[in-house]
Ligand binder design. Structure first.
Ligand code: BG6
Length: 606
């Protein structure tokens, strides 16, 4: 996935373009480039590395312009080199193009174009676009005609923006599957992969749908359908995030800032309107053969949802990772597919949803980004209101989705009478106390966790162990350690250990065990049994538990003692601890926290 942005204005737009592409860097940060219209000529600057260092090294901001496009790359086709960095130009340099997505028929198009004499400078799929535009412009002498002919040749996914010397006052863009939206300002118009591209300039956004193209100028914009070339009118919607929210706010990293925002995001999750929650509850009750879907962190949210719906409402719904959904899930008209997605743009999750819709299934989703594709294609969406999540490492969004699914489980349990009004009320009270409990952990335990993380930052292999609902928490926690600290970590159900993996214990693999509160008797005792198993083989155990100091003196090699909390919120406390542990391990190992290698905030390609 990449980030594309563009600005065309009455005045100089080069700073706005810089701010916009910088805000999109979480979408990919292998390399970066810009194309600026200057006196009817296109100036292209590009190189490998992050946006800020590139702009500084190339002194890009000395180039003033009223029309420009930019790109930040997450490589899919072609190595991370300067040649494979966007923008790409046509042979005559009259077209400069940035692209996000994958053009699946690029090889055959390239072969044909090379036969016709076009010379290619990169090994990417994207570079076919400027050469196609040049070819069709030569024949029609009309940019719009050349654009439409080019788009009709492309197979696969794309969000494209380009400048052309033939119409220097315009930006042309088009979309199929990869996200694209416009920013409508008074003195300028903007285009971006998401609204962080222009949130510093305007809150007025227009979402572009599949198979549409746009001609953008400083005072106007026109949206047309690629097939019919008929004009399409679209509503302008107001972005309800302020640009400050997507800044670091004095924190060293977005990941830490977003961990510290969790008391507020949990409150926002608990404030989701009752009607929407009950809508999901009814969809679950009315469906058979349903599925919980997500990928990466949101797959572990789906796993958590599976446990909480079963625990609270005796409703077993399998969770399936989006990337495996189509080959695995037997979806029918009676099915509900409930998806989880922070960005709402993850290709695998969208494909699962579209597959389900094609089978007549009901679809719903819990999503953070309003106006995202997932939010618009499902039958019912819950917007979780966690605010912008910029760090590639998802923290607050995942916790908020788990909290919302806990409320869904409680409501469903009440409806199915698997829960009494009293236990429902007690659980809701505990959830309302969760923000305060998390705040306490952040204030009082961060220092200790930092010290432990520093002490064990040399450990190469971690095994995260949890039983029952703590198993998804263990997996998500292991993922955090892998994603941000690049340390090998594996999440595993406690009971599973003795059936194979126990052979590894004692050989440089350390274990972190999430011990439930004593109140959760079966899980508590079962988990302590696993701790004994590991210790019996001289395995190292860091125990995260709620027991009084000294109670388990000899049970753990290291312990992190937490204030006792009601069992319904205990898994969340373990998760916050694990987020901090991974974060501090990564800072100790001097990792690039907000831009971990080879990852991107959400992957919009298959
Ligand atoms: C990956 C991100 O690309 O996509 C993960 O690195 C994320 O952090 C996963 O969990 C799913 O993204 P989303 O936006 O659909 O929740």
């Amino acid at each position: 996935m990449c980030g594309i942005s563009g600005s065309v204005g009455i005045n100089d737009i080069s700073t706005a373009l810089f701010e916009g592409i910088k805000n999109l860097e979480y979408r990919g940060y292998d390399s970066c480039g810009v194309a600026l219209m200057n006196g009817g000529k296109i100036v292209v600057k590009k190189d490998i590395g992050g946006v800020e260092e590139f702009y500084h090294r190339e002194n890009v901001l000395r180039h003033k312009s009223k029309v420009g496009i930019a790109h930040t790359r997450w490589a899919t086709h072609g190595k991370v080199t300067r040649e494979n960095t966007h923008p790409f130009t046509s042979c005559d340099k009259a077209f400069a193009v940035v692209h996000n997505g994958i053009i699946s028929n690029h090889a055959s198009l390239k072969a044909q174009l090379e036969k016709e004499g076009h010379r290619f400078a990169s090994n990417t799929d994207s570079e076919v676009v400027p050469h196609l535009l040049e070819k069709f412009y030569r024949a029609s002498k009309d940019v719009e005609t050349a654009l439409v002919k080019t788009l009709r040749m492309l197979e696969g996914t794309f969000a494209i923006a380009f400048l052309t010397a033939h119409q220097p006052q315009h930006i042309y863009c088009a979309k199929r599957e990869s996200p694209l939206m416009l920013g409508i300002g008074d003195e300028a118009k903007y285009v971006g992969s998401d609204f962080n591209a222009f949130i510093d300039q305007t809150k007025n956004a227009v979402i572009i749908d599949d198979d549409e193209y746009v001609i953008l100028s400083r005072d106007s914009y026109v949206i047309k359908d690629i097939l019919t070339q008929e004009e399409v009118s679209k509503p302008i919607f107001k972005i309800n995030w302020d640009s400050e929210a997507s800044k670091k706010g004095g924190y060293p990293h977005y990941m830490l800032k977003e961990i510290y925002e969790q008391p507020q995001t949990v409150n926002n999750a608990l404030d989701v309107d009752e009607k929407s929650i009950m809508h999901i509850v009814d969809m679950i009750s009315q469906s058979k053969n349903s599925f919980l879907v997500g990928v990466g962190t949101t797959f572990y949210v789906a796993e958590y949802a599976k446990y909480i719906l079963s625990n609270l409402a005796h409703e077993f719904i399998p969770s399936v990772s989006s990337d495996e959904f189509i080959p695995l899930a037997n979806v029918s008209r009676d099915s509900l597919v409930l998806a989880f997605s922070q960005s709402g743009e993850t290709y695998d999750t969208l494909s699962a949803i579209k597959h389900a819709k094609s089978r007549g299934a009901k679809t719903a989703a819990i999503v953070n980004v309003m106006g995202s594709t997932t939010a618009r294609v499902v039958d019912k969406v819950i917007l979780q209101g966690s605010g912008p999540e910029i760090s590639v490492i998802s923290t607050k969004a995942a916790l908020a989705q788990m909290v919302i699914m806990t409320v869904v489980g409680l409501k469903l349990g009440l409806k199915k009478k698997t829960l009494t009004k009293k236990s429902y009320a007690q659980a809701m009270k505990a959830l309302r106390e969760l923000p305060g409990v998390i705040q306490g952990i952040l204030n009082e335990r961060s220092g200790f966790i930092h010290r432990i993380a520093h002490k064990y930052s040399g450990i190469k292999h971690w095994l995260y162990l949890g039983r029952g609902i703590y198993y998804p928490i263990a997996m998500e926690s292991a993922l955090k350690m892998k994603e941000v600290a690049y340390v090998h970590a594996e999440g595993m159900p406690c009971g599973f250990l003795k059936h194979g993996t126990l052979a590894l214990i004692g050989d440089g693999i350390n274990s972190i065990v999430f011990v439930p509160p004593k109140e959760d008797k079966t899980l508590y005792e079962g988990t302590l049994a696993t701790v004994a198993e590991v210790r019996a083989r001289s395995g190292f155990v860091l125990g995260v538990h709620f027991d009084a100091r000294g109670k388990n003196k000899n049970l753990f090699d290291e312990e992190l003692i937490l204030p006792t909390v009601p069992k319904i919120i205990a898994p969340f406390i373990h998760l916050v601890i694990a987020q901090l542990f991974a974060y501090f391990t990564a800072t100790t190992l001097k990792r690039n926290i907000d831009k971990p290698r080879s990852l991107a905030k959400s992957v919009t390609v298959g």
